[in-house]
Write a protein that binds this ligand. Structure first.
Ligand code: URA
Length: 181
């Protein structure tokens, strides 16, 4: 149950990210969503507000949602780690591993049909270290009845404009697939 999950995470000290966090960012959105988005971990804005993808990268993702007609409130959005890694570094393996049970619970509760993996950290921690984002993005991967769509992390679009079109096309595929499920 969501209440159990929320309770279990509220004083989490499973890894050292608890020492520097301001807020735990569990996730937000439709708890009955067909589509779940998984990012890497909270940044400074997310840590300050306790909400996922509210900073620059999140605002860019919102723009893509708006352009495509995806209602942000209709999907569920979360991250691999629920506490901000200092200076936005990539979460260490043991931090991701320590946090993964919360995500497993979220997936069990939401029961999404499609999971969008935003960037390499989400891809590698969910599907395996052998997967690479450059080779996999834009391609459907099915595992245990869930369809995964790996795509660029929205922060990558801020660094490289050329990736925006890929991101858009990948989300378009997700939208089309969802209509036909
Ligand atoms: N980047 C992420 O991976 N997650 C967020 O919530 C914000 C930025």
């Amino acid at each position: 149950m969501w209440e159990d999950l929320e309770k279990s995470i509220q004083d989490c000290q499973k890894c050292k990210l608890c020492q520097t966090r301001k807020h735990i960012v569990l996730g937000e959105g439709n708890r009955d969503a067909d589509i779940m988005f998984i990012g890497e971990g909270p940044g400074a804005d997310e840590d300050a507000q306790g909400r996922p993808f509210v900073g620059k990268a999140g605002q860019l993702m919102n723009k893509a949602f708006q352009g495509l007609g995806i209602d942000r409130d209709s999907v569920y959005i979360t991250n691999i780690v629920k506490c901000r890694p200092p200076a936005n570094r990539v979460p260490e393996d043991y931090e991701a591993e320590a946090c993964l049970d919360y995500l497993r619970n979220q997936v069990m509760l939401v029961k999404p049909k499609i999971i969008v993996l935003l960037g390499s950290t989400a891809l590698k921690n969910i599907l395996g270290k052998e997967y690479g984002i450059t080779a996999c993005r834009g391609k459907w991967i099915e595992k245990k009845g869930i369809l995964y769509m790996p795509t660029w992390h929205p922060a990558a679009l801020l660094r490289d404009e050329n990736k925006k079109i890929d991101f858009w096309l990948d989300l378009k595929q997700v939208q089309e697939k969802c209509k036909n499920l």
